[in-house]
Design a protein around this ligand. Structure first.
Ligand SMILES: Nc1ncnc2c1ncn2[C@@H]1O[C@H](COP(=O)(O)OP(=O)(O)OP(=O)(O)O)[C@@H](O)[C@H]1O
Length: 322
């Protein structure tokens, strides 16, 4: 075995930046716990996605990591420090982009980012360079020096990311970072998140968006009603679906499919059928004929995505955003 591995996390496991065991959080007056025995590990150099529907318990989890909420039981360690016993010490090692943007009225995106960099102990020149680099990476140049009162929600969201990334702690927590961000800049943001991990931080990316999880994470923990119902890399989570394709059909009154194939509703006027790969040609021929008869509006045949694996895990009624 080589003595040195260039890519942390690929083959070796450096010490975790976050290690959570059997975390339980009960809110007063509620019967079901919001976090119900969560265990997970985040490592430097990697992006760990926390994927779950509204109310799955993601924000409750984040608030305990940063010491805003006290767990009912269980342990949280940030870079080896007991974050439940020493929340202030743990918090120094964490950079957070919260779900709600911190108001930066009176500042510009650039001055807000630089201010956070300086507060976190960065040297002036270095902070300036890093702020400029982030603004450029996210194509925010045009707004960098605009007063915060005049920037859009999306630009404010990206500015909040830069504030978390300008001088990142060992653990960087991003809670729904792409909300309100346009599709083009969303891609730039995913690249910037990746770069933050590659520079050495462990990144916790909290999202309810499956495509975001598929595109931007190395490892994934799927939460449902406070519990971890799946974990692994996106490839591992979809591996068992590799022998299947998915036929999506758009139309209100769907005709019967060929023998043994069944479509289940997956949206308004949309149904999806799992197709064994060896029956792909047959399924396409059937769907083309159905389109030409006008029985369906259109169809698509795609390999299993993380979304399919997610829907299989949580069921179709979990309020997933694609
Ligand atoms: N302060 C509170 N008091 C009581 N119940 C709460 C409190 N905060 C959250 N909850 C409940 O705990 C559960 C988990 O909420 P949480 O906000 O952690 O979910 P989430 O996954 O972050 O959802 P979202 O994606 O909507 O932000 C929900 O059922 C919610 O109603």
């Amino acid at each position: 075995m080589p003595a040195h591995h260039p890519h942390p996390g690929a083959t070796q496991h450096p010490d975790p930046v976050l290690s959570i065991e059997r975390l339980i959080k009960h809110y007063r007056g509620r019967t079901a716990p919001a976090n119900d025995g969560i265990s997970l590990t985040a490592r430097p150099g990697r992006v760990l996605g926390i994927l779950g529907h509204n109310g799955a318990g993601k924000t409750t989890l984040v608030n305990q990591i940063v010491g805003l909420l006290k767990p009912s039981s269980g342990t949280i360690r940030v870079a080896g420090i007991d974050a439940v016993a020493h929340p202030a010490r743990a918090r120094e090692l964490v950079s957070v982009q919260a779900q709600a943007n911190v108001p930066i009225t009176g500042l510009t995106p650039r001055t807000a980012i630089e201010l956070v960099g300086r507060i976190r102990g960065g040297e002036r020149g270095e902070v300036r360079r890093r702020a400029s680099q982030l603004l450029e990476e996210l194509d925010l140049g045009a707004w960098a020096d605009t007063p915060a009162q005049k920037i859009s929600g999306g630009v404010a969201r990206l500015t909040a990311f830069c504030m978390a990334a300008v001088r990142p702690g060992a653990l960087v927590i991003l809670d729904e970072p792409t909300n309100d961000v346009d599709p083009a800049r969303r891609r730039l943001l995913w690249d910037a998140i990746r770069a933050t991990a590659e520079a050495g931080a462990g990144v916790l990316l909290v999202t309810h968006n499956v495509r975001e999880a598929e595109r931007a994470v190395d490892d994934l923990v799927v939460l449902d009603r406070g519990r971890v119902i799946g974990s692994g890399t996106p490839a591992q989570l979809t591996a068992h679906l590799r022998s299947q394709l998915f036929l999506e059909l758009d139309g209100t009154a769907l005709p019967r499919l060929p023998d043994d194939l069944e479509a289940v509703p997956t949206g308004p006027a949309v149904a999806t059928a799992a197709i064994p790969t060896e029956r792909a040609a047959e399924a396409v021929a059937w769907a083309q004929a159905a389109v030409s008869r006008g029985d369906i509006e259109r169809f698509s045949l795609t390999p299993a995505s993380l979304e399919d694996a997610y829907l299989e895990l949580v069921g179709t009624d979990a309020g997933v955003a694609a």
